[in-house]
Design a protein around this ligand. Structure first.
Ligand SMILES: [Zn+2]
Length: 196
């Protein structure tokens, strides 16, 4: 979705913009004055990991759950674990750090590198059956990704990478197209005073 059709979390509104107006995530490196959206900056990502800062907006995350946008394979693995009642953790660490709920809902719809990782696959998932957003949706099998919350994360800063592992799925919102989270983001932004 175009960034200007999605409500922007306040902390994201304060981020620097690229020439098109897209907000630049906190972990995105800059080269010659241009953001490189496809890359992750080592020092910025290490700062976020160590200081518990959101990878998108760069401001502190409160204690408790952290959120991520996951791709199709990880979304399916989480769905399987939840369906089987097994605890889930990503055994292969990822370089993608966590963030706020609003920031990750926003990023799932706006960031081209997160929003539709398997867009070319072209298979539409069945529509969610109207269950509330916090529930595990039956459409997960065909999801192109998900916004997921985890109870905790671990990280390791190596010479070349910052690696994250996430434990304890506490919320799982699969998507087949990224705009399914629009209502959830609006509700999150409207209710954010109560959540803090
Ligand atoms: Zn944030």
């Amino acid at each position: 979705m175009r960034f200007d059709t999605v409500p922007t979390p306040p902390a994201v509104r304060d981020r620097p913009r690229d020439p098109r107006g897209y907000p630049v995530p906190a972990v995105t490196p800059w080269e010659d004055g241009e953001p490189r959206f496809a890359l992750t900056d080592h020092a910025r990502s290490a700062d976020c990991a160590r200081m518990r800062l959101c990878a998108v907006c760069g401001t502190p995350m409160p204690p408790g759950s952290v959120w991520r946008v996951v791709g199709a394979a990880e979304s399916a693995a989480i769905a399987d674990a939840l369906a089987a009642g097994r605890p889930y953790r990503n055994l292969a660490p990822t370089t993608e750090g966590p963030g706020h709920r609003a920031c990750m809902l926003y990023a799932s719809m706006v960031c081209p590198y997160l929003a539709r990782p398997n867009a070319r696959r072209g298979t539409a998932a069945p529509q969610p059956d109207g269950a509330a957003g916090r529930a595990v949706r039956g459409a997960a099998r065909g999801a192109t990704g998900a916004v997921a919350a985890f109870g905790a994360y671990e990280y390791a800063v190596t010479a070349t990478q910052v690696l994250f592992r996430f434990l304890d799925v506490v919320e799982f919102l699969p998507h087949d197209t990224s705009d399914v989270h629009l209502d959830e983001l609006r509700a999150e932004l409207a209710g954010r005073g109560q959540r803090r």
